[in-house]
Design a protein around this ligand. Structure first.
Ligand code: NAD
Length: 261
């Protein structure tokens, strides 16, 4: 059993029902945190909460909400606080990727990428930070991407949003320095989740190449030649949540197995 370094802490994970968010929720639970999982689809959230509740003594809560809708975020955080108490840890993980050449990008598609990958983090942080400042302790981890550190063709909106998330991380770390709250970002390369599976499908439809060939090509874009697992990302995220990591704030940690540039 993992050391219970997060016992009696309430963690909120957005997009917590699958992929990287699910792995983070499981790992936070193993470290003793009570976890609220937020996501759009209620069923997987409830199934995960049921499973975690059967495995751990602390409590868990499912709060279905679209994180791009400020009113829904407000109600989800109010319900989470009512269920599990003040929020000590926030993982801004919900996100989505869309690819299109900029010349063909419609404003609505641009805005949707900024809403889900950047503004959602503001909505959630705005609701969680006051609890952390009041307690004099808190951890915020933003799941950005290597697309927040460097440019990639055909994903301008995603890259702009993830670069924005790193700016948010740096500025909020400066604002909260000395308060007991740390704010960091992780920047994974390609991770084996549905998000990549959807990209593979889009490329397959456009090019007619086989899914396996495309997946292999994507894996080779990562310096270590393979995709990360969601658990590898979760390990870095939860390490940043550990009470011992009080001196790391404003960092954007590349998870690529190498240098990014
Ligand atoms: P995923 O598609 O498996 O999971 C995304 C999660 O976000 C899902 O739970 C989904 O329900 C949730 N979500 C999406 N839009 C939402 C909304 N409007 N409201 C509430 N929840 C919403 O993808 P993943 O790979 O696990 O992605 C998680 C995060 O990791 C994202 O921010 C993504 O940008 C980032 N990331 C992924 C990769 C990768 O290669 N998979 C690489 C770098 C960064």
């Amino acid at each position: 059993m993992a050391e219970q370094t997060l016992a009696n802490r309430h963690a909120v994970v957005t997009g917590g029902g699958k992929g990287i968010g699910e792995a983070i929720s499981r790992r936070l639970a193993a470290m003793g945190a009570s976890v609220t999982v937020i996501g759009r689809t209620p069923e997987p959230l409830r199934a995960l909460v049921e499973e975690l509740s059967s495995e751990h003594p602390q409590s868990f809560f499912a709060a279905p909400a679209d994180v791009t809708d400020e009113a829904l975020v407000e109600s989800a955080f109010a319900a989470a606080r009512k269920a599990l108490g003040p929020i000590a840890i926030l993982i801004n993980n919900a996100g989505a990727a869309d690819s299109v050449p900029l010349a063909k990008m419609e404003t609505a598609r641009w805005q949707a990428m900024l809403d889900v990958n950047l503004t959602s983090a503001f909505f959630c942080t705005h609701r969680a930070l006051p609890n952390m400042l009041e307690a004099g302790w808190g951890r915020i981890v933003n799941v950005a991407s290597v697309a927040g550190l460097t440019g990639y063709a055909y994903v301008t909106a995603y890259c702009a949003a993830k670069h924005g998330m790193i700016g948010l991380t740096r500025a909020l770390a400066a604002e909260t320095a000395g308060s007991g709250v740390t704010v960091n970002a992780v920047c994974p390369g390609y991770v084996d989740t549905d998000l990549v599976a959807q990209s593979v499908e889009r490329i397959r439809e456009k090019t007619g190449r086989s899914g396996d060939e495309i997946k292999q090509h994507i894996a080779e874009q990562n310096p270590m030649g393979r995709m990360l697992t969601p658990e590898e990302v979760a390990s870095a995220v939860t390490w940043l949540c550990d009470p011992e990591q009080a001196m790391i704030s404003g960092a954007s940690l590349p998870l690529t197995g190498s240098e990014v540039f």
